[in-house]
Design a protein around this ligand. Structure first.
Ligand code: NAP
Length: 351
């Protein structure tokens, strides 16, 4: 283990709350009208009434804002961190139509934000902490003020799920990360472990193979859940190896830095200590719905149960993107949800 200090910033060290995004530029203080990237911090800290209030500035929220503003509705998008959601943390996206060579995730997210603003969306850099949705004019509260809206689109996305093993919390940002593209460069020439078997784990392992000397993919089953295109790519990478049917049970550090992962072989319960410099956790996501607490019905996983057109049981309230219970969570399905919800919100406001 190289004892050189690894201080990760970005995705790993920050708690990710509603908006599912990690700040990539300075946070905006309330009342600061010179917000980065042209976003406006609310000057009045509330008191305004919008036709449509969108909560979350990922692909779903920005698209909802774009469609609503373009339909002539007074539209705000609330975002407590920086716009883009999980897309802004993705190095490259290859399955979003129109980009034959793929697109940079951050660049695509930023372009969505600028496009929405061009049509008059007001981006308010405040996290929504609670809501009253029952009345025809809905109330949204942030730490800095209250806002009113005739319709609300919830597009707060999801955040990485934790492993929940001893050592994980203490070593987050000290070898443990939830964002390969944010923190991968800290592990050039080192040994890293990726935990999970889905598309995120596969994409992270491929990305990290270009930086790390060795990548070990730990998965609790004997085959990946990831789409076949990733299997083929992984099979060709000589510095990627697999530990099948295994689960991480603990993470160990020395002098505040990760040094090893304890892995259980599920076939016989044997425990193995694997020396690693980094562990990238990619075991799925959980929705950013805690702030809804009782305001909207959620399913057993905490996702918002909405119709195909994004309607929730509360008139005028819609859900778009990864925060919704749905079969496929992709950028292309998130933007589609955003457009459909904006159309539904426009219909509701016209009543
Ligand atoms: P996911 O598809 O839910 O996969 C999560 C993986 O983590 C599964 O393999 C699961 O194992 C494993 N897992 C869950 N809990 C675990 C635990 N406590 N310990 C160990 N392993 C655990 O999540 P995802 O990969 O983050 O993908 C989320 C969504 O984003 C998906 O819809 C995915 O298609 C999409 N996505 C798409 C792309 C792309 O197309 N380029 C890239 C990234 C993500 P089991 O297999 O046993 O359930």
């Amino acid at each position: 283990m190289n004892s050189k200090s690894i201080d990760m910033q970005g995705g790993s060290g920050l708690p990710i709350a509603s908006g599912a995004s990690v700040a990539t530029d300075a946070l905006v203080a309330p009342g600061d009208s010179a917000a980065p990237g042209g976003a406006v911090a609310s000057e009045a800290n509330g008191g305004e009434t919008f036709d449509v209030a969108v909560i979350g500035a990922g692909p779903a929220g920005l698209t909802a804002g774009l469609y609503a503003a373009r339909a002539g509705l007074r539209t705000a998008v609330f975002e407590q961190l920086s716009p883009g959601g999980q897309l802004a943390q993705t190095e490259r996206i290859e399955n979003y139509p129109g980009f034959s060579e793929g697109a940079g995730g951050f660049e695509l997210a930023w372009s969505m934000k600028e496009q929405a603003e061009r049509f008059g969306v007001q981006i308010i850099n405040e996290g929504v902490s609670s809501l009253d949705l029952a009345l025809p004019v809905k109330q949204l509260r942030t730490p800095y003020g209250s806002y009113s809206a005739r319709s609300v689109i919830v597009a707060t996305g999801a955040r990485p799920r934790k492993l929940g093993v001893p050592g994980e919390a203490q070593l987050t940002g000290r070898g443990v990360s939830y964002c390969a593209t944010c923190d991968g460069s800290f592990f050039r020439g080192k040994t890293v472990m990726v935990v999970g078997g889905g598309n995120t784990a596969a994409a992270d392992a491929i990305y990290l193979s270009r930086l790390a000397e060795r990548v070990i993919l730990v998965h609790r089953r004997d085959k990946l859940r990831a789409t076949p295109v990733y299997h083929d790519q992984l099979a060709k990478l000589e510095n990627v190896s697999f530990m099948w049917s295994t689960e991480v049970r603990a993470l160990h550090g020395e002098e505040g830095k990760l040094v090893s992962a304890q892995v259980e072989h599920l076939s016989d319960g044997a425990l193995e200590t694997v020396p690693v410099d980094g562990v990238f956790v990619a075991v799925g996501t959980q929705p950013n719905t805690e702030f809804l607490a009782g305001a909207l019905p959620l399913d057993a996983g905490g996702y918002i149960a909405a119709s195909e057109t994004g309607e929730t049981p509360i008139p005028g309230v819609f859900a778009a993107g990864d925060v919704r219970a749905k079969a496929l969570r992709q950028v292309v399905t998130a933007v589609s949800d955003g457009a459909v919800c904006a159309e539904q919100a426009a219909n509701h406001v016209a009543i």
